[in-house]
Design a protein around this ligand. Structure first.
Ligand SMILES: [Zn+2]
Length: 399
């Protein structure tokens, strides 16, 4: 695979088995080195709000640390989108998160390695069924679908390839959400140059560029995703990153109007959402208040350096200086300000995503409550907790 989700695979896909993590952070010249698992308690006030963050990426090694981060920031539950595609990784994900039952839910990922097998779809559906039976909460599809996974003839697997239909319909039968990341920001499909408004990011992560004939166009990808959503009305699709089209609020509205089985997360897209007229955006949040979920794309993973594991924090995108756990509170605070403050011109939470200010939304208390936790409880966590109680009972009866 040319595009191999390089960074995230590096961070989260490491298969190192030793549980020893080097207990120092990667910021080498920092006087703020701290032990892994500790966030600065000096300035931690009681969190001002309670919310669920439905889009994070965790490693089995960092879950304990992450629960401290959640406690400090009022995050009650989270969805770890990096649950794993291999049996080994899935087992370690479930083992690590079981200690924090009810707080960390995990979405399983897809193993694409046998995509050329005619029975791929059935196998993927079976694998999802088993994962859900074991305690997984949903399915996460990365942008590798459309931009990375290739068939043996060298072509990209299309998002709406019928061989995937058994997987989409199985998710519907199981009652689990499919979280799908399709395409990427508009600027990632434009040439990498200083004129590109996301140049700062692309210059650090050039593999995020999908400019050129080699790749399908952004529109082709988003249209194919929409056809899948239409074809599987009984499956709930969470279109990540504001349907990955926050550049076009009218298009996002049209998707929500056309497909009742769609919900959205806002992860890592406040820079774009906040660029529009706040009145127009607020109206969208009001009109679809039952279908938009709070999320950040915060990643607390590990990386390997000279055979040792190091903690790695990523605040929604790449950055020149690696952030630490102490930067997370400010990150969450900016999210809160964006949704809560009235008519504020403010910095957005991921500065590298654009050299501009955003305008805050000032959502009403009832809309905010739905965004922050009611919608995620309804769509993701309540079904999962209900299922897991039933699964425990069945195991007790059949043991
Ligand atoms: Zn993500």
């Amino acid at each position: 695979m040319k595009y191999a989700l390089l960074l995230s695979l590096f961070i989260f896909g490491c298969s190192k088995t030793t549980p020893e993590i080097n207990r120092s952070l990667t910021r080498s010249n920092s006087t703020q080195q701290k032990n892994l698992g500790e966030i600065s308690k000096n300035n931690v006030e009681k969190p001002k709000r309670l919310w669920n963050d439905v889009h994070t990426h965790l490693s089995p090694y960092t879950m304990k640390t992450f629960v401290d981060v959640m406690d400090a920031n009022g995050v009650y539950r989270t969805v770890n989108m990096s649950g794993g595609s291999t049996p080994k990784r899935r087992v370690s994900t479930l083992q690590a998160s079981s200690k924090f039952y009810g707080r960390i839910a995990n979405f399983a990922n897809v193993d694409w390695s046998d995509i050329d097998e005619p029975t791929f779809g059935l196998r993927a559906a079976k694998s999802l069924r088993e994962a859900v039976n074991d305690g997984f909460t949903g399915l996460k599809i990365s942008k590798a679908l459309g931009l990375g996974v290739k068939l043996k003839d060298g072509s990209y697997l299309k998002i709406d390839d019928p061989r995937l239909d058994p997987l989409w319909s199985e998710a519907g039968k199981l009652g689990v959400v499919v979280a799908i990341h399709t395409a990427d920001p508009k600027a990632f499909f434009e040439p990498i140059s200083e004129n590109n408004e996301r140049y700062a990011e692309l210059s650090i992560a050039p593999s995020w560029s999908f400019h050129g004939d080699e790749f399908p166009s952004r529109k082709q990808l988003l249209d194919a995703r929409n056809r899948v959503v239409k074809k599987h009305p009984k499956t709930t699709f969470m279109l990540l990153h504001f349907a990955n089209n926050p550049e076009d609020i009218d298009e996002v509205r049209s998707i929500l109007e056309s497909y009742p089985n769609v919900i959205l997360d806002v992860a890592a897209r406040l820079a774009e959402i906040g660029r529009h007229d706040p009145k127009k955006v607020r109206k969208l949040f009001n009109d679809f208040q039952n279908r938009i979920l709070f999320a950040t794309d915060l990643q607390v993973g590990v990386q390997v350096y000279r055979d040792e594991l190091y903690l790695r924090v990523t605040l929604g995108s790449v950055s020149k200086t690696p952030p630490t756990l102490d930067d997370v509170s400010h990150f969450y605070d900016l999210h809160a300000q964006f949704f809560e403050a009235k008519d504020r011109v403010m910095e957005h939470p991921i500065p590298i995503q654009g050299d501009w200010k955003v305008r805050s939304l000032g959502l009403s208390d009832s809309v905010k409550a739905k965004l922050y936790y009611k919608n995620s409880e309804r769509y993701i966590f309540a079904p999962w907790l209900g299922r897991s109680v039933a699964q425990k009972l069945i195991r007790k009866i059949t043991d």
